[in-house]
Ligand binder design. Structure first.
Ligand SMILES: [Zn+2]
Length: 237
């Protein structure tokens, strides 16, 4: 199992680690700051630096508890100490857009009990699939986004905690629904809390305070059928 440093500190951009295996272009470390694609959030990119060798990390995936760093060229790397560094500009964008979706989701839940059925987070935009808002006109959606922007400006603190599964299931609101979708084998649930407006089961990386998100702007809106609306947004810095 790779130790996932991004779960406790999303602002850590670099770590010293050990390379424990290299198979073709796939490199595994004992611990890493690289976030692997998951939970709708795209992976980090960056570099593995060992002596005079710098390998570019192009893609990161989680496979059976191991975090696999796919590098451009592993020929200069060997088992042993390494520095791992992420591209902070990309990570920051991913964090801002991930937190943005949580804030917007909380406003939609408050007014329409909307649940999130899917999301995709990129460096410069994100999309979210929400229930219960297909009847709304564009102006009404814009009004909700405006309210979400007001929440952002309140500068709510964002915090993370780990709780036993049964505790997460007993919290009222939308958490229970999400937790039910997480495999039974997961006994500890990571909860991301935004001030007093939102708490979600989430394994992603987030900003510390909501003003870091910036101003969210609606890019696209689409009725996906079956009562689901897809919103695509970007957060302007
Ligand atoms: Zn999330």
């Amino acid at each position: 199992m790779t130790r996932e440093l991004y779960l406790s500190d999303s602002y850590q951009t670099r770590c010293e680690a050990q390379i424990v295996s290299i198979i073709d272009e796939k490199v595994v470390l004992d611990q890493t700051v690289f976030y692997p694609t998951g939970g709708g959030q795209e992976h980090d990119i960056g570099w593995l630096i060992q002596g005079d060798t710098t390998a570019e990390v192009l893609r990161v995936k989680k496979e059976q508890g191991e975090i696999i760093h796919y590098v451009n060229d592993s020929s200069g790397l060997s088992i042993g100490p390494v520095s791992a560094e992420i591209d902070w500009k990309r990570r920051k964008g991913l964090m801002r857009h991930h937190s943005m979706l949580h804030v917007l989701g909380s406003v939609c839940f408050k007014h329409f009990e909307s649940l999130c059925t899917g999301n995709q987070i990129y460096q410069d935009r994100a999309r979210i699939d929400l229930t219960n808002i297909t009847e709304l006109k564009t102006e009404e959606i814009e009004k909700m986004i405006e309210e979400a922007n007001e929440e952002v400006e309140h500068n709510h603190p964002v915090s993370v905690r780990l709780v036993p599964r049964d505790v997460a299931e007993s919290i009222s609101g939308s958490i229970k629904t999400v937790v039910n979708l997480i495999p039974e084998s997961v006994k500890e649930i990571r909860l991301v809390k935004i001030g007093d407006i939102d708490e979600q089961a989430c394994g992603g990386t987030h900003v510390k305070e909501t003003t870091e998100i910036g101003r969210m702007v609606l890019l696209k809106m689409k009725n996906k059928g079956k009562g689901v609306t897809r919103l695509e947004l970007m957060a302007e810095e």
